[in-house]
Every structure is written in structure tokens, then in C-alpha cells.
Ligand binder design. Structure first.
Ligand code: HEM
Length: 450
């Protein structure tokens, strides 16, 4: 069984081109090879991109027992731990997923609305006229705090700061080290692996401390943060998550949930500020409490600028995918970015037009920023809520001017698609302080959480 054709040439060159301009390269290969093509990337081997919505539907629905996703993420194990839902497969993955999903359901996450708004308000108050802000960096600080408060349930500023230092240090080191087993080895205090091990020890100590203290709380049943809910959750056999399992899931939610959302927010600002009329339309929606439009901005941002170019599944048995009989062991990438840019699904696909989600009919399995099936993103509702609430606070509060006339190029950062310069903007002026908190802030609409 052979793999479908795709770009030839050395994997190192393909990888360099892909890292430099991932979207451009994916489109080029799609045009040249069609909906199914194989790409060889250094460190990842051969993977088959699939840009056919029907084939993706088949991968995401029905029996998925011959598809693994955890194994492909195993390079994350040294940081996330062996109990992370991201690296598990089979029954153990399902057990963790069942325990993790309830706190992240749409109806639950709305309780974090005020927390998100408060964090965004405190952030934007610091932005001074004349100052340049790197939006992705500011949004990263903000989304980190959302995870700390809503997911970990840590609110005291000094503790949030300690966690930011300790966990941020691990994630910063990890980006470089994850690529190489050798670099990761602990070869003494001054080796990169030694530094990572030391940082992990500090971070783990803090996480275990939070877990232990929370277990002791008498009022845990009254708390609504994810950690407190997970501590009370039980599987079918009446078993809860152990401390080690909880530590791994906390790290996973932070790693999977804060940079991704921050990147999506940075892209949202850029698209709104670069598209004529989009800012006025968004501000009117905020004033009028038109949450459907705000939700559509989030959706259109994730369509045009998906944070992950593809999901990933490894076949355990030969399987027919989009007409190709692929062998066991083949890696299949449902190509989120290519599906999102198909002109037959989204007319004028490169235009930023949120109205397409409120006015046009959309096709099933054509909007996939959070993947799908039994691996669909657990934090999707929280991420969408963050997108809506942060825009609702910041857009009316300040006038921003993007630095430079050209869109920030999309590059590969780790495994995510990211704006190369983080979307830089100048704060032109502050607007009415109360602008972002009018009427709609108390809206109970749930459109953002579907
Ligand atoms: C805009 C922000 C986000 C994007 C674009 C995103 C995207 C994704 C994607 C594409 C996957 C893989 C799905 C698949 O393989 O089918 C995923 C998985 C996951 N995401 Fe997110 N995510 C975001 C935010 C979050 C947040 C806020 C959290 C939690 C706080 C989170 C937690 C997870 C977890 C735990 C998984 C693993 C699910 C599993 O393997 O069963 N993500 N995400």
C-alpha cells in the first residue's frame, strides 16, 4: 500500500518552507495534488493531509477505534505527564474525557463570563495612548490568568504570579526541548535538560500544593472552578482522579488552552482592524447586545486563521480514506486550514466576513477549528466565550492602530499557526471608560457556546 503523492524533495527543505509560510505551502500542495496528499516533515515523518469534508466526517464520526491520537502526542509526555488526556488512547482516554468534559460544557463555562471580563478590564486599563502593544503577548498574559482563575481556581494575585513564573518557565523551555530526546536528557544542572527538570520540579510542587489545599477545603462543593469540580468527579466505578492524574490534566489544560486562545484573539484584533467597516460593525453589535455577531466574529476568525492547521490520527488498521487504502501506522491529518478556505464551502474564502455565519447556510463538517469526534477540543466553549468577552471589553475601550500596512505573516510556532510579530498595534486613544460595560455585559445569551 503506497501513500498518496505529495511534495518531493528533502524533508528538511519541506519542513523549512512549511514553518516559514504554512498556509501558503498547504494551499500550493492542495492545488497541485488535490484533496489528499502526503507531506514528509522532519521529526514527524510522513503524514497524509485530507481536505475533503466527507472523508473528514467519516474520520470524526462512527467507529474511531482504529484511530489513535494520543500516541502522536507522546512527545508531550515529558511535560504533560503520562496521564494527560492528550497523550492517552483507548479506554483510559475515554475515562479521562468523561471526567473532564462536564466542567467545560457551555452551560457551565458561562459562569466564567464575569471573571474573563474583569481580567480583560484590568488588562486594557493599563494600555496608554502612544504605547505599542504586542497583542499576542498581552492576550497570552490574559488567557493565562483565565486558566489560573477559572480552571485552577487560584485567585490570589501573588499565587497567580507564582504559577505564571513557574509554569511559564516550563512551557518556554519545553518549546525548544520537545524536538530532541537528547537535549531533553538531564545531563546535570547546567544542561538544557537539567534546567527543564529543575523547572518542572518547581512547577509540580506548586500544582501538588494547590491540589492538596483544595482537597482539604470544606466548601469545595460550592466552588465552580474546574479543579474543584474534577476533585469531586467520579467515573462509572466510583473512582476519582488521583493527584498525579490531576497534575497532568491541569498542565494539559494550561498548555492546550492559553496560547491557542491568545493567538486566536490576536488574529481577531488584526482581522477586525484591517477589514474596512468591521470595527464599526463590531462596536455597534457590542452596544446593541448583538451577541450573535460577536460570536460570528470568533467563528470567522477561527475559520480564516485556524490556530492548528490539522488534527492528527494514526491508523491501527488499514483504512480507506478519501478513496485511498492507507496502511496501518499511517498518519492522517484532517486539514482544518484547507477545509476552511475552500471556495465551494465558503465563497470568497479569504475575505473576513463574520456575517457568513449568521446569514449563509453552512455545511456540516466545514468548520473544524477544534477538531472533531472523540478527540474534539474539550475547551472549545471556554475559548469561544473568551473570544467574545475579551473583544466586548477591549474594542469599545481603546482605539488601536496596527503597526505596518501588511498583514502579520502566519508562521509555524511549535505546532500552532501564529502571527510572526504577534500583531503589533499602537494605542491611539482611550475611549469612554464605561463603553465596554454597557447593557450587553449582563447578557445571558448562549450563542457563543454552541
Ligand atoms: C482557540 C482556542 C483553541 C483551539 C483553536 C483549540 C484547538 C484544539 C484542537 C484542534 C484539538 C485537537 C482535536 C482533535 O484532534 O480532533 C484540541 C484538543 C484539546 N484541547 Fe483545545 N483548543 C483551544 C482551546 C482550548 C482550551 C481553552 C482548553 C482547556 C482549557 C483546551 C483543551 C484541549 C484538550 C484537553 C484537548 C485534548 C482532547 C482529547 O484529546 O480528547 N483547548 N484543541
Amino acid at each position: 500500500m503506497s501513500l498518496p503523492p505529495g511534495p518531493r524533495g528533502p524533508a528538511a527543505l519541506t519542513t523549512a518552507l512549511f514553518a516559514h509560510r504554512p498556509l501558503r505551502m498547504l494551499h500550493r500542495w492542495h492545488r497541485r495534488y488535490g484533496d489528499v496528499f502526503t507531506v514528509h516533515l522532519t521529526g514527524f515523518g510522513a503524514g497524509v493531509y485530507v481536505a475533503d469534508p466527507l472523508a473528514i466526517k467519516e474520520l470524526f464520526t462512527g467507529d474511531q477505534s482504529d484511530l489513535l491520537a494520543g500516541e502522536a502526542n507522546s512527545f508531550l509526555t515529558p511535560i504533560l505527564g503520562k496521564h494527560s488526556v492528550l497523550v492517552l488512547d483507548g479506554p483510559e482516554h475515554l475515562r479521562h474525557r468523561r471526567l473532564l468534559l462536564p466542567p467545560f460544557q457551555g452551560s457551565r463555562v458561562t459562569s466564567y463570563r464575569d471573571t474573563i471580563r474583569e481580567i480583560a478590564e484590568r488588562e486594557v486599563v493599563r494600555w496608554q495612548p502612544g504605547e505599542q502593544v504586542v497583542l499576542r503577548a498581552r492576550m497570552r498574559a490574559l488567557t493565562f490568568e483565565v486558566i489560573c482563575r477559572a480552571v485552577f481556581g487560584v485567585t490570589e494575585p501573588a499565587r497567580v504570579e507564582r504559577l505564571r513564573q513557574a509554569l511559564g518557565a516550563v512551557l518556554d523551555t519545553a518549546n525548544v526541548l520537545l524536538v530532541s530526546d537528547l537535549l531533553r536528557k538531564d545531563l546535570g544542572a547546567w544542561s538544557p535538560g537539567g534546567r527543564l527538570a529543575r523547572r518542572l520540579r518547581v512547577a509540580d510542587e506548586l500544582l501538588y500544593e494547590e491540589i492538596a489545599e483544595r482537597r482539604k477545603l470544606a466548601d469545595i462543593a460550592d466552588r465552580d472552578d474546574v479543579l474543584s469540580l474534577l476533585l469531586q468527579a467520579r467515573d462509572e466505578d466510583g473512582q476519582g482522579l488521583s493527584d498525579e492524574e490531576l497534575r497532568d490534566e491541569l498542565f494539559t489544560m494550561l498548555a492546550a488552552g492559553h496560547e491557542t486562545t491568545a493567538t486566536a484573539l490576536a488574529f481577531a484584533f488584526e482581522l477586525i482592524l484591517r477589514t474596512p467597516g468591521a470595527l464599526d460593525r463590531a462596536r455597534t453589535a457590542i452596544e446593541e447586545g448583538d451577541d450573535e455577531h460577536l460570536d460570528a466574529i470568533g467563528r470567522e476568525t477561527l475559520r480564516l486563521r485556524p490556530v492548528l492547521d490539522a488534527a492528527e490520527r494514526t491508523l491501527t488498521r488499514p483504512r480507506l480514506v478519501a478513496g485511498w487504502k492507507l496502511p496501518a501506522g499511517a498518519k492522517v491529518y484532517p486539514a482544518i486550514a484547507l477545509i476552511h478556505h475552500r471556495a465551494d464551502l465558503y465563497p470568497d474564502p479569504q475575505a473576513f466576513r463574520p456575517e457568513r455565519f449568521t446569514e449563509d447556510d453552512t455545511v456540516a463538517y466545514s468548520w473544524l477549528p477544534f477538531g472533531g469526534g472523540i478527540r474534539r477540543c474539550i475547551g472549545a466553549a471556554l475559548a469561544q466565550l473568551e473570544l467574545v468577552e475579551v473583544l466586548r471589553v477591549i474594542l469599545p475601550a481603546v482605539d488601536l492602530r496596527l503597526v505596518g500596512d501588511r498583514p502579520d505573516p502566519v508562521v509555524l510556532r511549535g505546532i500552532t499557526l501564529s502571527p510572526k510579530h504577534g500583531v503589533r498595534a499602537e494605542v491611539v486613544r482611550r475611549r469612554r471608560p464605561e463603553a465596554g460595560t454597557a447593557g450587553s455585559s449582563r447578557s445571558t445569551s448562549s450563542v457563543a457556546l454552541r
